[in-house]
Design a protein around this ligand. Structure first.
Ligand code: C2E
Ligand code: CA
Ligand code: CA
Length: 762
């Protein structure tokens, strides 16, 4: 052995300091004895050995080199070593040489692990041009003169199993693939042990690496199961698959925290032998959430569109059909076969505005809902009941044999009182009925002989007729139904005429004022006079019940009211001046109170007549206090501050309530004539009158009874300490020209009553 030699990269090299050299002899002849000498050793080496000089020239070769490359030794020595390397590998040895020399010059002893001096793989090139895979290991040899050469040992590696490389390649590809996939992968052996996982698996399941390192598979399984919403199902699936090793499966795992994994499992086979099972998990939470969201959005959309379609034909408040659906159905009914009987029942609640004003819109809505419900009970399920808006409803009957009976039923349906928020209401309605067609009906069932031909009547015409009939029902006293008759059209025309005529009358100063005395039983004299508007049209008196509503509708009431006040103040001025305790009463409509400058106007007018505001009484109805805005109350309060008194007119009608009296800015209660007319003999018990008068007095109000026509009524009211009496018994309203006789008559009447009255009697 070479003493002082050392191992460089597994090759034995002689000590460079001894000027030693590789003792490979250049010829086999030098071999002698049973133990091969160094020359023999080199020569008989199975690896090809080459000594390469720094410039790349081959200095020496052994026999294996000759065999391996197919060259004679003489041909190789002196040639460039690159001759033996295949294209693409030609510089490999030079690089190795450089690296080896660098290390040898530094301190070769510490560099055993350097990879750039490791054997290199290269393809050799034989003399015959064929190539072969080989591995070249090199070591450095430095001569005493310092020249370095490399000893290269070349081994043909064609014998190595060819797939080793590709296997390694495949493995690295596989692991790179496994690690880069978004799926978590778990491989479990047939024995149930975890054979492998990728990082993604650990991340997805949140399994700490240390837990896996312990090899405690049960801990890992427990960790996994804890996260699932249905661990039993998970286990069941695993067990089923282990019972059937060849099976593949695909399912979904729901997590307790809302995540969703897809689980895919297939057997792991080695040469057709199942050795385990590969589980792959994919986090589909985001996809699922998106999918669910889409599904929900689609559902919402479907529901919305259904709702929209329904809403398009439905009345939002009552759930009944709306005007559009009614029009559609009416149109199709009229376009139906000849002789189809079509009835339109148009109805409107009586005095609905008062419910809204007094009880509020919520109560109004409740009332409409209840009316809608009752209407439905009066008709067949297929009949259309629609709300046209406000308190207006319409019923469409097609081929009904009893439209009148239905109309009667509808009017009757409100006989049962309606309870809203603890208040009992007795609403009523007015209904107009208009019909067309119905060949089998007798003449009473058709509107007018004028047109039995359905084609000639359009939907709008039928509705108009129903409207006219309804208006007639209202005019005839409400709470009833009326069938359309052509002469009703005239009433409608008259109504329009009325408004036009009223405007002219106001403009031309044709509104007159009549005066009605009001007496005080206590003082035995006339203490007030009520001014009442009169319209004499072409020689005939138009009743205020007709023109006052028309004036309110058109706004003319403001001018009329001012005119009445002005005339009243002017014409009564002398009477008022005689006694400062006398007063003038004028009626004020809610429409007037809506005007912001009402109080100013009243005070300005009284001042212009020279009347003291303390001598003025404004009569308002209860409903003015229930308008939404509170400036009505403010107006009345400022008027009262100026000395004007306020009387609550028509008390007891509509939706009056004694309970609501408290706190209202009023001084007097005027009990409506309908209560007074309940007194016939004067001996009956009428607790309601007692209560009203008692309550008003309790609240510090004075009481006036309206419409007193008989001495019995007067006597009854006087016994209840009613403060004032008004009515034909004393005097009917009279024009200014007849004022004095009226005042005298009234004074006489009350004086007579006082004289006839037995004190303390009832
Ligand atoms: P009102 O304010 O309740 O007036 C009393 C009504 O009862 C008057 O009817 C009067 O003529 C009538 N009357 C008086 N005594 C008797 C009686 O013993 N028996 C009967 N059956 N009736 C009696 P008129 O003048 O037809 O007025 C009707 C309504 O028109 C008034 O009722 C009032 O609400 C309204 N009105 C009249 N003039 C005006 C006005 O200038 N402005 C406003 N806003 N409304 C007015
Ligand atoms: Ca009045
Ligand atoms: Ca009245």
């Amino acid at each position: 052995m070479i003493s002082g030699g050392r191992v460089l990269n597994g090759w034995l090299v002689s000590d460079v300091h001894g000027g030693g050299r590789v003792t490979a002899s250049s010829s086999p002849e030098e071999t002698s004895g049973a133990v091969p000498g160094y020359g023999d050793l080199v020569e008989s080496s199975p690896d090809a050995l080459l000594v390469v000089a720094e410039d790349g020239a081959i200095l020496a070769v052994n026999a294996a080199a000759e065999r391996m490359f197919g060259y004679a030794r003489g041909e190789l020595v002196g040639s460039d070593h690159r001759l033996l390397l295949a294209e693409g590998y030609r510089n490999g040895l030079q690089r190795l040489f450089f690296n080896l020399r660098r290390d040898a010059l530094a301190d070769a002893g510490t560099d055993a692990g350097e990879t750039d001096t490791a054997p290199v793989e290269a393809y050799g090139l034989r003399r015959d041009g064929t190539e072969f895979p080989g591995e070249v290991a090199g070591s450095i040899f430095v001569s005493g003169e310092g020249t370095a050469s490399m000893i290269a040992a070349v081994r043909d590696t064609s014998h190595r199993p060819e797939n080793e490389d590709s296997l390694r390649e495949a493995m690295s590809l596989l692991s790179a693939t496994l690690e880069s996939t978004a799926d978590g992968i778990l491989v479990v052996s047939s024995e149930g042990e975890i054979a492998g996982v990728n990082n993604q698996f650990l991340t997805m399941w949140g399994i700490p690496r240390e837990m896996l390192a312990t090899g405690d598979d049960e801990a890992v399984i427990g960790f996994v199961l804890d996260q699932l919403r249905d661990p039993a199902q998970f286990i069941e699936k695993v067990e089923a698959l282990y019972a059937d090793p060849m099976a593949e499966s695909h399912d979904v795992l729901e997590f307790r925290n809302g995540r969703t994994f897809e689980r895919y499992s297939r057997p792991q086979k080695v040469a057709d032998q199942v050795v385990g099972r590969v589980w792959s998990f994919r986090d589909v939470t985001a996809a699922k959430v998106a999918q669910d969201r889409i599904a929900r959005a689609m559902e919402d959309l479907a529901a919305q569109s259904a709702q929209l379609t329904a809403l398009a034909f439905q009345d939002g408040l009552t759930g009944l059909s709306n005007r559009q659906l009614f029009n559609d159905r009416l149109g199709s009914a009229l376009a139906g076969p000849a002789g189809t009987a079509v009835d339109v029942l148009l109805l409107d609640l009586d005095d609905f505005k008062e419910v809204n004003d007094i009880l509020g819109h919520h109560a109004g809505d409740q009332m409409l809902i209840e009316v809608g419900r009752r209407l439905r009970t009066c008709v067949r399920p297929d009949d259309v009941v629609a709300r046209l808006g406000g308190d207006e409803f319409v019923v469409l009957l097609v081929n009904s044999v009893e439209p009148e009976a239905v109309a009667a039923r509808i009017v009757d349906s409100l006989r049962v009182p309606v309870w809203i928020d603890g208040t009992m209401l007795r609403p009523s309605l007015s209904l107009g009925l208009a019909s067309i067609g119905g060949a089998d009906r007798d003449s009473e069932g058709t509107d007018a002989a004028t047109d039995t031909d359905a084609d000639s009547v359009h939907a709008s015409e039928l509705l108009r007729r129903a409207d006219v009939a309804m208006y007639a029902a209202k005019t005839a006293g409400k709470n009833r139904y009326m069938r359309f008759r052509p002469e009703m059209m005239k009433a409608l025309v008259d109504r329009n005429d009325l408004e036009a005529g009223l405007r002219l009358a106001v403009d031309n100063g044709q509104i007159a004022v009549h005066y009605q005395p009001i007496v005080s039983p206590g003082r035995g004299t006339v203490t007030q006079v009520e001014a009442l508007a009169r319209w004499v049209r072409e020689g005939a008196i138009v009743p205020p019940q007709q023109f006052i509503p028309a004036a309110e509708r058109s706004g003319l009431i403001v001018e009329i009211g001012t005119e009445v006040l002005l005339r009243g103040g002017t014409e009564l001025k002398p009477w008022l001046d005689e006694d400062s305790s006398r007063s003038l009463a004028v009626n004020v409509s809610g429409v007037q109170l809506q005007h912001g400058d009402f109080a100013e106007l009243v005070l300005a007018v009284t001042e212009s007549c020279g009347v003291d505001p303390h001598q003025l009484i404004l009569e308002v109805t209860e409903s003015v206090f229930f308008e939404d805005d509170c400036h009505v109350i403010q107006q009345l309060m400022s008027l009262r501050t100026a000395g004007v008194r306020v009387a609550l007119d028509d008390f007891g009608t509509g939706f009056s309530s004694l309970g609501r009296l408290q706190g209202l800015p009023v001084d007097t209660l005027k009990i409506d004539q309908s209560f007074v007319s309940m007194i016939h003999t004067g001996t009956e018990q009428l607790p309601i009158l007692n209560a009203m008068i008692g309550m008003a007095h309790g609240l510090g109000l004075t009481v006036t009874a309206e419409g007193v026509e008989t001495a019995a009524q007067a006597g009854y009211l006087m016994n209840l300490d009613c403060d004032s009496l008004q009515g034909y018994l004393f005097s009917a309203p009279q024009p200014e020209t007849a004022l004095q006789p009226a005042l005298d008559k009234a004074a006489r009447a009350i004086a007579a009553l006082r004289g006839a009255r037995v004190p303390g009697s009832r």
